[in-house]
Design a protein around this ligand. Sequence first.
Ligand SMILES: Cc1cc2nc3c(=O)[nH]c(=O)nc-3n(C[C@H](O)[C@H](O)[C@H](O)COP(=O)(O)OP(=O)(O)OC[C@H]3O[C@@H](n4cnc5c(N)ncnc54)[C@H](O)[C@@H]3O)c2cc1C
Length: 468
Amino acid sequence: MKRTASLAERLALVVGADGVLSGDGVPGELAHDEGLSSVPRAPVAVVMPSTAAQVVEIVAVARELGAPITARGSGTGLSGGCVPSPGGFVVSFARMNRILEIDDANHVAVAQPGVTLAELEDAIEPRDLMYPVYPGEQSASLGGTVNTNAGGMRAVRYGVTRNNVLGLEMVLGTGELVRSGGKHVKSSTGYDLTQLVIGSEGTLGLVTEVTARLRPSLRHRATVLAPFASLELLAAAVPPVLASGLDPAILEYIDTLTMSSITSSGDFGLGVSLEVASSTSAYLLVMLEQVSSTRVSQDVEELGHILSKAGAIDVFALPGRAAASLIAARERAFYTAKAAGAHEIVDVVVPRDRLAVYLEAAGRLAAVHGCLCVGCGHAGDGNIHLSVFQPDAEIREGFLVALFRTAMDLGGAISGEHGIGTAKKEAFLHLEDASRIAVMRRIKAVFDPLGILNPDKVLGPDPGGAGA
Ligand SMILES: Cc1cc2nc3c(=O)[nH]c(=O)nc-3n(C[C@H](O)[C@H](O)[C@H](O)COP(=O)(O)OP(=O)(O)OC[C@H]3O[C@@H](n4cnc5c(N)ncnc54)[C@H](O)[C@@H]3O)c2cc1C
């Protein structure tokens, strides 16, 4: 109790009393993220800095008191990454929410980490620019998406966060304020600290500024829905679509159970007859974007040929409203699964030509372990989102480890875009190559020698060393 008071008081000296919450003043929502299996934990305090200089002072307080820090953006993460560390406090970036510059000539936005994707989109859209990182949850913050290396539906064309962030300012666990990268699009100038911190889940540094790479908006769009009789056929259609040079902006798969649940709220006007639906196992959803309506029409025609040749039962060019509704429903698929009682969400990634093999193996493993798993995913990236239904935590864990191991055996990885956090930490430490874990621990010790930055996430404390 005494420690709580002194930590909150010390933090108030940095940001003012109105920038610190403690005790009953901490809203319950700051104890958790959106992860289905993460266990909420109340922080000792929450501090809301407004400047990078304040963040430097906050880290100095944490170092002095040995208090763990968990950074928080919008709390939409799915792996427990922003759940407060035991005995620690939260640095909320809610007040560092200014867009500092939009540079049209260089196609760059410089912003504080608390800016949400929706706020950035509102600011750049009138300038015919877009920021491609699109995890579907547009309330996510720039700092949070940087730290999870978020991907989303547009990654098939534009890549994930690490392909769209040019520079960072950050405060390391040492207390140093470091800038890396900038508005320039290339650099061969020493080690790339920006890339190291992207995806580090608040364990290496507190990001205080993001230089984001913007792209021109392509205003002419068409969306095509192709039902397939089997996941194998659907997966086999992905490489030819990508090889065609049509460069889809979205290339998603949705299995039939997921399709029925995300569209159960009404008639989406997709035009799929009952007869077609009854012989469908999964749908491929493709969005094309172009600089002119003529070119988008030509592309749709060519896409139709490719999908038909690949064995699609039919090819539907969706009317604008139907397309928008279906994409919005796909974005909300996580909440639909949550409402249906899903116990965990998996986001493994495999080389895209292994998609069908993986999904077939996942079905077999589900039967062996007595679990139900259904899903959708970023087919163009080989990134699969499975909702897992199994209330028994031990049985579920066994199934999840089998799913992760299978993805790794196929040349993939445990998480494509949601991160490790605490949700996948045990499996990660168990399955990941020991020499890679050892190098990661040494990197962690350099950035955060006292082990105060989100110490229970990703690697957790180093059993054999100080810090980390
Ligand atoms: C409905 C739904 C759909 C989603 N779909 C996708 C999807 O398709 N693709 C995808 O990639 N993700 C998806 N996500 C999850 C996605 O990871 C998060 O939306 C986002 O990346 C996290 O941003 P946030 O601001 O909410 O971060 P938080 O959840 O607050 O934090 C995430 C991590 O970043 C750290 N962090 C936050 N801010 C900082 C900072 N300034 N400095 C250092 N560390 C920081 C935290 O400590 C934590 O480890 C989805 C989530 C939901 C709810």
